[in-house]
Each structure stands twice: as C-alpha cells, then as structure tokens.
Write a protein that binds this ligand. Structure first.
Ligand code: NAP
Ligand code: HSE
Length: 440
C-alpha cells in the first residue's frame, strides 16, 4: 500500500479489486454488488469493488454489475491505492502468478480460486504473504463450496490424517455419473458440464486428471505439512473409460470414480495419486454423484470424516471466495482471528506408483479360440499376479472375438505393467481395453 495512503478505516470502506469476470468472477461481482450490506454486517465496513480486470472489453457482462468498473488494464486494479484485497479469478499461471506476487509484495491480501498456482507456487506465496503481513486465502481452489481448506488449516481431525480419499473434480464426476446412470456418451456429458460452467477453460485438464492432481497437491501439502508437488503425483484421466466398464463394474458390485488419494505409508513416505478406481458400490464415495465433491479423512482420533458439497459452478465457488473475503476483511478491520496454520514442513517422499500394490480389473478383447484363457493365466501367474475372478460374457461371432474380464488379488504395479506388455504381445490378445485399479 502506498505510503501516506488512507487505510480502510480512515477511508471508511475496504476496497476490493477483482481479476477475472468469467463463471466465478461474475458470481463474486454480483454478490458484492447485491449483498454489500450483509457483507458489511459481517466485516464492520462496506466492501467496495474498485475495478474488474477482464481480457475482452467487448464481451457482454452481467447487468447487475457497474460496467464502469470493468477494465482491460491490470494497473487500473493492481495499482489502485484504494484496493486493499485482490480477488484473483482469471485461472492459469501466466497472468495470475505475477498479479498475486505483486499484490502480496505490496503487503496487500489476495483471495484466489487458482489451484494451479497454489499447487505449483503455494509454499513460496504463503511465505511471502507471512513476511509481508498479508493474507493469501484459497478456499475456492479445492472442493467448490466445501470448506476443506479451512478444515485442514484448523486441524479438523485433531490429529494426523492417516489417509484422505476424495472426489475433487466436479466435471469428471458429472461425466462419470451420467455415463453410469444414463449410459450417456462421454462427449455429450462433457458439453453439458461445460455449459453449466463446471469445466476449466481447458477441459483437457479436467478430463486427464490434472485439475484433480493440482487440488490433491494442495490438500496433501496441508494434511501432511510437507510440500507435495503436482509433478510427483501419479495422474491418469477418464478418457479411456467405456460404457462396458461401467456395466462390468455394476455387475461386480462397484462404482467407477476418479479418486484423488493421499496416504501415509510409513518410513516418511506418502502414497499420492489420481486415477479412475473401482470402489465398492456401498462405500460413501460411491454415492457422491453429479457435480458433487467429497473429501473423506481417516485419522487416528476422529476416525472417518466426510465433507460433501457442490464442487464446481458459479454459486458454490462464489460462496467459498466470499467466506475467504470476509475472513481477510475482518482481519483488516481488526476483528479477525490469527492467521491460519499454513507452513509446510520438510519433505516426505512420494512413493512411485510402480512400487505400490493394488487389486486390478482388466478387460481384454481376445480371439475366440481354445487355450487363450490358459495363455493369459500363465503370463499373470509367472508375474505372481493371482486371479480373483474371470468373466467371459460377450462373444462377437462375426469378428471371432471374445471379451474377458479379470479381477486380480493384490499385485505390484510394476509386475502388472510387465505382464500387460507380455499380454499385448500375444497373438490372441487383440486389445487390452481397460486396466482399472480397485481401491479397497
Ligand atoms: P472463466 O470463466 O474462464 O473466466 C476467466 C476470467 O478471467 C474471464 O473473465 C477472462 O476475461 C479473465 N481473464 C483470463 N485471462 C486474463 C488475462 N490474461 N487478463 C485479463 N483477464 C483475463 O474461469 P472461471 O471458471 O470463472 O474460473 C476462474 C478461476 O476459478 C480458475 O482458477 C478456476 O480454476 C477456478 N475455479 C473455477 C470453478 C468453476 O466451477 N468454474 C470452481 C472452482 C475454482 P474475459 O471474460 O474477457 O474472457
Ligand atoms: N473444473 C473444476 C471441476 C472446477 O470441474 O471441478 C472446480 O474447481
């Protein structure tokens, strides 16, 4: 804040700058325009929008928001001395990271929904905020309306989190639910999720698991007090799943969900991964459908705990941004509590997926001829992979092919990888359609 500039109390209001007025930014701008008095009651001073940065000046915007606030010049927001708090809702790293850094370097506070920036640069930015006496809040970055960041910052389980399993991407959960329940095509379900404002600007990040991996990096870092980088997280998306996998999953008593998992596994190591998984259909996470997200903690003192709510979309995400905004604003007016615990400690090793053991579901298309099953069983047996069940249901007589579905007992990922290489090389195996881990 520039020297000699009036602070919020002398000025009589808290100035807010907004970066981005898309799906979430519009919700926030409308809430600040409409619910000013409610927010004033919570904070003690009015919160006034001072400027809104966008990229495209010609785009039509909400009629509820004063259009004179909209600018394409970042300095109008970032260099405005009457902006005390910057809300960053542009997404991505390119424009967002320097804007957040510059704001914190000025000693001003930031609220963001940017999981990419927090996953990649969170530790450094939080250190900068602490050094400058500013706040950096990011509840909207994970889980939409679910207050999972503040839960972790406050130590919700009262003890160490042994494991967290989460559904933290609304777009993919929406797609998987519609594919499973209505047999909807992948592309139709994705278009619908985009139209509802759930998907990222690049929906590839939702589909290939990157968005969930960013969020998991943020959660695991908070849960284990140890920086977990997104690059260290094994990540697999949902693009290869087919309606047949959902049918087999159902018949075997499972649901398929894109899970984000972080567990302590001893010796200072963590198991941290994002991939589609079979989960028992009576498990709580199996019942989390549509755009809903859930984070399940397993801790020694609290036992199991499930946080559940809408994980994407304008309204739920706006609520998370506003709760952070109120907290930061209350601190500025001297009514806030202390800064929350956000200091990562030293590193834990993330154990590579190849060194972990899972049960697997395999779906193979094979030539319909004698000895095929025996050849497959031999390769799995030689790799010490024990078969738990086999289904051969579908036979395409014209193509002379059959479909074999195998579930295995626990086996080492590296062994499964070697075995699937050998299976693919068999003349009688036409395709390995799916390999999905079973989360027990
Ligand atoms: P969005 O709809 O794509 O909106 C992005 C906004 O930022 C647009 O107004 C865009 O301007 C502006 N913008 C982007 N790059 C800019 C630049 N370089 N300079 C100036 N303005 C720029 O995104 P969103 O869905 O609201 O998401 C915003 C953030 O919230 C992202 O970090 C996202 O991951 C996070 N988030 C989103 C959701 C959700 O459900 N959508 C939920 C949780 C968190 P124009 O309007 O001119 O294009
Ligand atoms: N694209 C994200 C999702 C938005 O679908 O979960 C919420 O972070």
């Amino acid at each position: 804040v520039s020297k000699g500039a009036a602070g919020p109390t002398e000025r009589g209001f808290i100035g807010v700058g907004l970066l981005g007025m898309g799906v979430v930014g519009t919700g926030v701008a409308e809430a600040l325009s409409i619910h000013g008095s409610f927010l004033q009651e919570s904070v003690g001073l009015p919160l006034k929008l001072q400027g809104i940065l966008v990229r495209d000046a010609g785009r039509s915007r909400s009629a509820l928001v004063d259009s004179s606030l909209i600018t394409t010049q970042s300095k109008d927001v970032l260099e405005n001395p009457e902006v005390d708090i910057v809300i960053e809702l542009m997404g991505g790293e390119d424009a967002a990271l320097p804007a957040i850094r510059g704001t914190l370097a000025d000693g001003r506070s930031v609220v963001t929904g940017n999981k990419e920036v927090m996953a990649k640069h969170g530790a450094g930015l939080l250190a900068m905020a602490r050094a400058k006496g500013a706040s950096l809040k990011f509840e909207a970055a994970v889980g939409g309306a679910i207050p999972v960041i503040s839960a972790l910052e406050r130590g919700v389980t009262g003890a160490r989190v042994r494991a967290l399993r989460a559904i933290i991407n609304g777009t993919t959960n929406y797609i998987l639910t519609r594919m499973a329940v209505e047999g909807m095509a992948f592309e139709d379900a994705l278009s619908d999720a985009q139209a509802q404002g759930y998907a990222e600007a690049d929906p590839g990040n939702d589909i290939n698991g990157t968005d969930a991996a960013y969020k998991l990096a943020v959660l695991a870092t908070l849960a284990y007090g140890s920086p977990v980088s997104p690059e260290s997280i094994y990540c697999e998306g949902i693009g290869h799943l087919t309606p047949r996998d959902f049918r087999y999953a159902h018949d075997l008593g499972y649901a398929i969900k894109l899970l984000a998992i972080a567990k302590e596994i001893g010796d200072g190591e963590l198991d941290v991964r994002v991939h589609p998984a079979f989960i028992a259909s009576d498990a709580q996470l199996a019942k989390v459908d549509g755009v809903y997200n859930a984070v399940q903690f397993d801790s020694d003192s609290a036992g199991e705990l499930l946080l559940y709510g809408r994980g994407a979309g304008s309204g739920p995400t706006t609520s998370a941004v506003l709760s952070d905004l109120i907290e930061v604003a209350r601190r500025l007016t001297g009514h806030g509590g202390p800064q929350s615990r956000q200091t990562p400690g030293t590193g834990s090793r993330v154990r590579p997926i190849d060194e972990l053991d899972f049960r697997y579901y395999l779906r193979l298309t094979v030539s319909d001829q004698p000895g095929v099953l025996a050849a497959i069983a031999r390769i799995l047996g030689d790799a010490s992979i024990s078969i738990a069940s086999v289904i051969q249901q579908e036979v395409d007589e014209t193509a002379g092919s059959a479909e074999i579905v195998i579930t295995t007992h626990r086996a080492r990922e590296s062994a499964l990888r070697d075995a699937t290489g050998k299976l693919t090389a068999l003349d009688v195996v036409r395709e390995i359609g799916s390999i999905i881990r079973v989360e027990e």
